[in-house]
Design a protein around this ligand. Structure first.
Ligand code: ASP
Length: 463
């Protein structure tokens, strides 16, 4: 017999079916036993007599007939609550040992380390399964929406050279060139700009970014995903409008219960945000108790530079007062270009931050496409000749016909955390790292073998 999905049983009253899934719960009433069977599509009650003893979460196959339940036994909380399966045969496919963590509740009271060690069980939790399914809907929606607007999805390298966004790089030793290292990208920033030089005009990618900075509730350790996009021949207005349209349509389609507080989204200058709200990511919800309110806003007119300390800006030489307040490829406002020489602290950048309910969920900018201005910014942030050399490819590329361009990168994990009402981005990621920087389920980082180290030309000093 062919497998029937639990969601399909609703259309099969009176028919014989064979179901496969996990035992969600068992109620043993002496002679008869009730089993709630779960598969990826739902849960259905099955009833049988003289069944073999089996533990919850075991995988079984159940053959039986779909029968209507008597009126008084209908369960309005289950999609399949109007009927049940009369078990004719149950086979145990794989028995489950007692689970190390409960998976029934929301998991909030379980040690997170344990949840991550047994993440494959933690993901059986309905809340987590729902979060990941919604995440998939969100990325599918974004892909379809942008593709219809002629965006091209392009993958960029993971083993690459530093692309600084102000954090520490992860580096990977090279075997073919012992003593040299790749850096994992903090974002695809340079590659996406070079795709504009290549003439694609509209690019996007659901990109993985790697930053070695301390974890927080709204920031996973190590890696995160963002919708990275870039467009040519656009002004800041075009980027803001496109993003606003995309997220408004996305919310309407995937989260219809949510209400966006005001459209068009308010635009607030960085100065006004600081003065009026004391924050550059103000929470503009009208009712902060309303879990279905989404208050998007744009923060614009950031200063191009902030005063740096050596520690603040990892790639600054510390030789200059100034660090980019966004990143070093953000263009100054055209009317402020003259101030670059006179008063860099007064220059405003064409940066835009996307704020949602008090969180920064994305940032982007119009980029510098003039090699002279780019050089000037490198100088202002105190780049040494060697540091300039690391970005020489950008200046070289700009010699061969570069369109004006700009983009944005909304963070997927953080956006989902806010719309799903979760307290941490880790609740939106299948396998996030622990706060201590070890991976879920598998124990990385781990030692390399002496042979691996030898090939790489690396000696590890004692820990
Ligand atoms: N590269 C930036 C980031 O990752 C986004 C952008 O400027 O498009 O935050």
């Amino acid at each position: 017999m062919q497998r029937t999905l639990i969601s399909e049983t609703a259309k099969k009253t009176g028919e014989k079916v064979e179901l496969f899934g996990w035992i969600d719960s068992i109620r043993d009433h002496g002679k008869i036993t009730f089993i709630d069977l779960r598969d990826a599509t739902g849960i259905v009650q099955c009833v049988g007599e003289a069944l073999d003893k089996v533990s919850v979460e075991s995988v079984v196959s159940i053959s039986g007939t779909v029968v209507e339940r008597p009126e008084n036994l209908i369960n309005p909380n289950l999609e399949t609550g109007k009927f049940e399966i009369k078990i004719e045969k149950m086979e145990i496919v794989s028995r489950a040992a007692e689970l190390p963590i409960p998976i029934g509740g929301d998991g909030a009271d379980i040690d997170e380390g344990l949840r991550l060690k047994y993440r494959y069980l933690d993901l059986r939790r309905p809340r987590m399964a729902k979060n990941l399914r919604l995440r998939s809907k969100v990325t599918t929606f974004i892909r379809n929406w942008l593709t219809k607007k002629d965006f091209v999805e392009i993958e960029t390298p993971i083993l690459t050279k530093t692309t600084p966004e102000g954090a520490r790089d992860f580096i990977v030793p090279s075997r073919l060139q012992p003593g040299n290292f790749y850096a994992l990208p903090q974002s695809p920033q340079q590659y996406k700009q070079l795709l504009m030089v290549a003439g694609f005009e509209k690019y996007f990618q659901i990109a993985r970014c790697f930053r070695d900075e301390d974890p927080r509730a709204d920031r996973a350790y190590g890696e995160f995903s963002q919708l990275d996009l870039e467009m040519s021949f656009v002004e800041q207005e075009d980027i803001l409008r496109l993003t606003e349209d995309l997220f408004s349509d996305l919310v309407a389609e995937v989260f219809p219960e949510k209400k966006i507080s005001s459209s068009p989204w308010p635009r607030i200058s960085h100065k006004e945000a600081k003065e009026k709200y004391g924050s550059d990511r103000p929470d503009l919800r009208k009712d902060k108790n309303d879990k279905d309110e989404l208050a998007f806003a744009w923060i614009v007119d950031f200063p191009l530079f902030t005063e740096q300390s050596k520690e603040d800006f990892y790639h600054g030489s510390g030789a200059s007062r100034w660090a980019p307040s966004h990143h070093m490829f953000t263009a100054p406002r055209p009317e402020d270009i003259a101030l670059l020489d006179k008063d860099p602290g007064k220059v405003r950048g064409l940066q835009h931050d996307l704020v949602l309910n008090g969180y920064e969920v994305g940032g982007g900018s119009v980029r510098i496409h003039d090699a002279e201005i780019q050089k000037k910014v490198f100088d202002l942030i105190g780049f040494s000749e060697k540091q300039k050399e690391e970005f020489a490819h950008m200046l070289t590329a700009f010699k061969y016909g570069v369109p004006p361009h700009g983009g944005i990168a909304p963070g997927l994990d953080r956006f989902l955390m806010v719309v799903l009402g979760e307290s941490s981005v880790r609740e939106t990621i299948a396998y996030p790292m622990t706060a201590g920087g070890t991976t879920a389920v598998m124990d990385a980082p781990s030692e390399a073998t002496p042979d691996q180290l030898k090939e790489l030309g690396i000696t590890v000093r004692g820990k």
